[in-house]
Design a protein around this ligand. Structure first.
Ligand SMILES: [Zn+2]
Length: 193
């Protein structure tokens, strides 16, 4: 794990604070032997430094200013954009699936199927990162998945409702992952006050 200290200019209060960002991956692993031979020692060191800087700046995007307590507007804007895309995708996909499921109910099984798959991916990712397992969230997601699957199988005529529910879920003002970005950044950044 690597770390880098760089200035953080708060766009909200204009204060400049030194920020040490830790937990960055070692940039040497991104520069292969061939690139190293072409660039030479000094060039490779420059490249590693700029890779490290990019990583640190990505973390600072979710920095909370130690002076004014504002969340970095850049990170907020990025999350707002992602939220908008998510809603658009949820609305488009959900509507299409609902229409399709109206005629072939089993199609609605895609919704709980994808949800369980994404939950498993999230679980593996968290394990790999050494994060705790959110048992309550897992239990809730699997219970909802099972209930939706039962609904599709037992009441095929109502199956089209399932994709519509996924639209509602996608419209939530805030996704749970959003807070995580700020919390992870807060752990990785140490401000020099
Ligand atoms: Zn500030």
């Amino acid at each position: 794990m690597a770390r880098l200290t760089l200035p953080f200019d708060c766009p909200a209060c204009q204060a400049e604070t030194g920020a040490e960002v830790s937990g960055l991956s070692d940039p040497a692993q991104y520069v292969d032997a061939k690139t190293r031979a072409i660039l030479g020692a000094a060039g490779a060191a420059d490249l590693e430094q700029s890779i490290l800087r990019q990583q640190a700046q990505r973390t600072l995007r979710y920095a909370t200013c130690p002076r004014c307590g504002a969340q970095n507007p850049e990170g907020l804007a990025h999350q707002a954009r992602e939220r908008w895309y998510n809603r658009l995708i949820a609305a488009g996909l959900g509507t299409a699936l609902a229409v399709w499921a109206f005629f072939s109910p089993r199609v609605a099984l895609v919704v709980p199927g994808l949800s369980v798959l994404l939950t498993l991916v999230m679980l593996v990712h968290r394990r790999r990162e050494g994060l705790s397992t959110p048992w309550k969230v897992l239990a809730a997601r699997f219970a909802i998945g099972a209930a939706l699957t039962a609904l599709v199988i037992l009441v095929p005529r109502a199956a089209f409702v399932v994709p519509l529910l996924s639209i509602v879920d996608g419209m939530r003002s805030k996704q749970p992952e959003e807070d995580r970005a700020w919390a992870e950044a807060a752990r990785a950044i140490r401000f020099e006050t």
